[in-house]
Design a protein around this ligand. Structure first.
Ligand code: HEM
Length: 473
């Protein structure tokens, strides 16, 4: 239900209600189906660790930065991705890097990582810029003060970035737009299947994918297979563009000398589309909402963008000068980490804060709780991009800020996303003034990513600056 009580400007950013006290497993399951975040008790914002007992398995939510470090950085091989996660994502992702473990995963990362290294980012930057120009243009007819649903706009923009950087085609391209539509249908058809990993049910519990889920997953994979096959042909004839897809498809594993097979590349492209667009879209939408409700930050950011953009030339170095945009995007991901929780599995007996943890237990790292932890952050629920300049904010960044995870399984797209997010934010805020709608406060809800339960609506009006010196024209 939407909270209509508060005027959004300067209220604390929305946070989901927490579950009252202890509940039965069945009630928990029902709450969980609705939204992962509001199914959790309030003490998780204060505790260093919480044990959850179910009749089928134990799970341990770890907020202690030392434990998070142990699981993600010191001994990641002992805490592989939970097998349970495969169940939800397999129809779409096949054997992609997001869900594999062990040697297969290591080999896949050896091939993928070079495509996202710093130097490559510079190459794909013009494609990101073009996607920003298109996003600004798409919004122009809507910028007349009427409510605009922002999540669908940021989704469109983020998917455009992925298509342009990966395959050198805009989202309007025939195959790309069909894939984008199929992704939307897929998300509608299967929000729950993705939760299989953290649902407190035994592994034998039937997790049937709906016919809709299987159908949309098949459609997406067929479209991706078409793009991938066309690209393989272009590589063979020496006519392929120098984009991410070409780089990944032509990079041999330094250990075996082998490149991805076409089938394996389809699996990887599926995860780039899913992980790369859902997450950035969510972060951008929340960042725009936070700017709309904190107009003083929005004005500062608009001034920065006007100052730093050169309408004639695209400079990769612009990214490093968008300091406020970066701080705002970072703070938006602290409050609304697009991936709210990661699930790992203990493979051997452990001791967590003097409690024994048996093999098979689920180990949950929750950026959602860590980023708002009351014993780590000053004023944890407030929006304050300047906090990262304070001692408390710097310490929090070091020990309790993991929107991209950390350790060897860190998001390979982190650098990409930290270029894309601030750039798009700056381009949009330079062109439009975003304002909240009184009484229309989005309620965060998490399925695979943290979205608003019922969308985010804002109004847009053009900034005079944008017509005087518009980098998009
Ligand atoms: C704001 C944007 C993004 C956020 C917050 C984000 C966050 C994350 C997180 C937290 C993980 C680890 C999940 C886990 O361990 O369970 C992850 C993994 C991954 N992300 Fe991102 N991501 C973003 C953008 C991207 C982009 C743009 C791409 C690629 C184009 C990408 C590709 C991937 C892939 C392939 C993995 C799997 C890595 C592995 O398991 O080894 N992500 N991302």
């Amino acid at each position: 239900m939407r909270d209509t009580s508060a005027c959004p400007v300067h209220a604390l950013p929305p946070k989901p209600a927490t579950r009252p006290g202890k509940v039965s497993l069945w009630r928990y399951l029902r709450l969980f189906r609705n939204d992962i975040l509001s199914a959790q008790p309030a003490h998780l914002y204060h505790a260093w660790m919480a044990e959850m007992r179910t009749p089928f398995f134990r799970s341990y939510l770890c907020n202690d930065p030392g434990l998070v470090d142990l699981v993600l950085k010191q001994r990641p091989d002992d805490f592989p991705k939970s097998e349970r996660i495969r169940v939800g994502l397999k129809p779409l992702l096949g054997n992609s890097v997001f869900i594999t473990n062990g040697e297969t995963w290591k080999r896949q990362r050896r091939i993928i990582d070079p495509a996202f290294a710093g130097g490559r980012l510079r190459k794909v930057f013009p494609a990101m810029w073009d996607a920003g120009v298109s996003a600004v243009a798409r919004l122009r007819p809507l910028a007349d003060g009427r409510p605009v649903e922002i999540e669908s706009q940021t989704s469109h923009a983020a998917m455009d970035v992925i298509f342009r950087t990966l395959f050198s085609v805009p989202v309007e391209h025939e195959v790309a737009s069909a894939a984008f539509e199929a992704f939307r249908a897929h998300q509608g058809a299967q929000p729950l299947a993705n939760l299989a990993a953290v649902l407190p049910l035994p592994t034998w519990w039937p997790r049937v994918h709906s016919r809709g889920t299987r159908k949309t997953a098949r459609t997406i994979r067929t479209l991706i297979a078409q793009l991938t096959a066309e690209r393989a042909a272009a590589i063979a004839t020496g006519t392929a563009p120098d984009d991410l897809a070409t780089k990944i498809m032509t990079t041999p594993d330094p250990e075996t000398g082998k490149t991805f097979s076409t089938e394996e590349m389809v699996d990887q492209v599926a995860i780039f589309f899913l992980a790369g667009h859902e997450t950035s879209a969510a972060a951008l939408a929340w960042a725009l909402y936070l700017l709309a409700t904190h107009p003083e930050w929005q004005e500062r950011l608009a001034e920065e963008a006007a100052r730093e953009f050169d309408p004639e030339t695209i400079y990769f170095s612009t990214i490093s000068r968008l300091k406020l945009a970066r701080a705002v995007f970072r703070e938006a991901m602290r409050l609304y980490p697009p991936v709210p929780m990661f699930v790992r599995e203990a493979t051997r007996p452990e001791h967590f804060r003097d409690r024994p943890v048996k093999p098979g237990a689920q180990v949950i790292v929750s950026p959602w709780h860590l980023h708002r932890h009351e014993r780590i952050w000053d004023d944890p629920d407030a929006f304050d991009p300047a906090r990262f300049d304070t001692e408390n904010g710097k310490a929090g960044l070091r020990s309790a800020y993991i929107p991209f995870s950390e350790g060897p399984r860190v998001c390979p797209g982190a650098g990409f996303a930290m270029a894309e997010g601030p750039l798009l934010l700056a381009m949009l805020v330079r062109a439009y003034r975003f304002a909240p709608i009184a009484g229309d406060v989005p309620v965060p809800a998490a399925h695979l990513t943290v979205r608003a339960a019922d969308g985010i609506r804002l109004t847009l009006t053009p900034r005079p600056l944008a017509t005087a010196k518009d980098p998009t024209e």
